[in-house]
Design a binder for this molecule. Structure first.
Ligand code: NAD
Ligand code: ZN
Length: 352
């Protein structure tokens, strides 16, 4: 047992039964294996995935075993090292990749870990990070430089989704359209700005979210309820449509609007997850010669490398965090997220 851990139990946010909500429970502190580390959690971010689990929707009921400690966005410090772990140290500040990959698939053996079909997620299939302590394979640990705070460390997972999507296609001097100004859409817009796009336009139907986007960086917010997206290119001095699209709403109407607004031969990266099957006008996509790329998770670990380098080089996503609260107020955090107007909400586990 670690000299840094004096108790055998910890507080953790648990889905205890197949129903709506979560509860703070006393659980055993995880025992680590030789290639794992124990991380004392300082900050965590609430994700849309956690909201699905809170609501216990059809996906959650199908996917999440009960009981389970949930949560996968975190920053903390290492308090115990397995005896096979190298190149990490006690006390080191870290975040980490929450996708636990296998070693057997062709993709994994080729080093394309993010494409491994055996992937299991912490806080979804395996015990998660909404707890005082988290057990994680050393392989998944990502050290945090001193310049990256625990608050930002706690949102690197969704920032990684944004970075993975945004860097899917060349952005320098391109006109970029993002549909969906949720936390990930806004972060993708900030990344596109940082990466040298010419115009970055973001759409939503929620004015609070668009206001937050405008606050976060030099982005053109468009409320598609009250404004005509078709009028925007001319207003920005663009001759044709958008070169690069990032679909980040999961809404079919938004994808239709994006296809319509793209230039011939444009490229679209799709992160948003539609709730079910949705009709797509494929002939429009074919005649426009568009390229569509599905994006899942983060590239392990190239996205992490790029993201941390950008944060060290002026990328500022701090405005996307709109609420901070102690983990004991988790129900307020979840209710705020359910309201649909917040950015990222960060829970503080240090005072438990
Ligand atoms: P979010 O739900 O907070 O944001 C989605 C936004 O889209 C909302 O602000 C909503 O108002 C907006 N929207 C709804 N209809 C719209 C329309 N017609 N036009 C424009 N905007 C519209 O989600 P998030 O946490 O920012 O995540 C973005 C998306 O990415 C979600 O669909 C999420 O499920 C998905 N996601 C995918 C992965 C992955 O690995 N592929 C990972 C994380 C999240
Ligand atoms: Zn997440």
């Amino acid at each position: 047992m670690s000299p840094f851990v004096t108790s055998t139990t910890m507080s953790a946010l648990v889905k205890t039964r197949p129903d709506i909500g979560l509860s703070m429970e006393q659980c055993s502190i995880p025992q680590i294996g030789p290639e794992e580390v124990l991380i004392k959690i300082n900050k965590t971010g609430i994700c849309g995935t956690d909201i699905h689990i809170w609501n216990w929707d059809e996906w959650a009921a199908r996917t999440v075993p009960v009981p389970l400690i949930i949560g996968h966005e975190f920053a903390g410090e290492i308090v115990e090292l397995g005896n096979q772990v190298e190149a990490l140290a006690l006390g080191q500040r870290v975040s980490g990749e929450g996708h636990l990959v296998g070693k057997h698939s062709r993709q994994s053996r080729a080093g394309k870990f993010h494409l491994d079909p055996e992937t299991r997620g912490i806080g979804v299939n395996e015990p998660g990070a909404f707890a005082q302590y988290l057990k994680l394979p050393a392989f998944n640990v990502v050290p945090l430089p001193d310049s990256i705070s625990d608050d930002i460390g706690a949102i690197l997972d969704p920032l990684g989704n944004a970075v993975h999507t945004a860097l899917s296609f060349d952005l320098i001097s391109e006109d970029v359209l993002i549909t969906g100004a949720g936390p990930i859409g806004i972060m993708a817009a900030v990344v596109a700005r940082h990466a040298g796009a010419r115009n970055v336009v973001i759409t939503d139907v929620n004015q609070d979210r668009l206001d937050l986007a405008a606050l976060a960086a030099d982005i053109v917010p468009v409320n598609v309820v009250t404004e005509d997206l078709a009028a925007i290119p001319a207003r920005l001095g663009m001759n044709q449509g958008f070169d690069v699209g990032m679909e980040m709403s999961g809404n079919q109407i938004a994808l239709d609007q994006m296809v319509e607004a793209m230039v011939m031969g444009g490229r679209i990266a799709m992160l948003g997850i539609p709730p079910g099957k949705s009709p797509v006008d494929w002939s429009r996509i074919v005649f426009k010669a568009l390229t569509l790329k599905g994006v899942y998770g983060r590239e392990i670990f190239e996205t992490w490398y790029k993201m941390i380098s950008m944060l060290q080089n002026g990328l500022d996503v701090s405005k996307v965090i709109t609420h901070r609260m102690p983990a004991t107020d988790f129900d307020i955090g979840f209710e705020t997220m359910l309201g649909g107007s917040s950015g990222k909400i960060v829970l503080d586990w240090t005072d438990l």
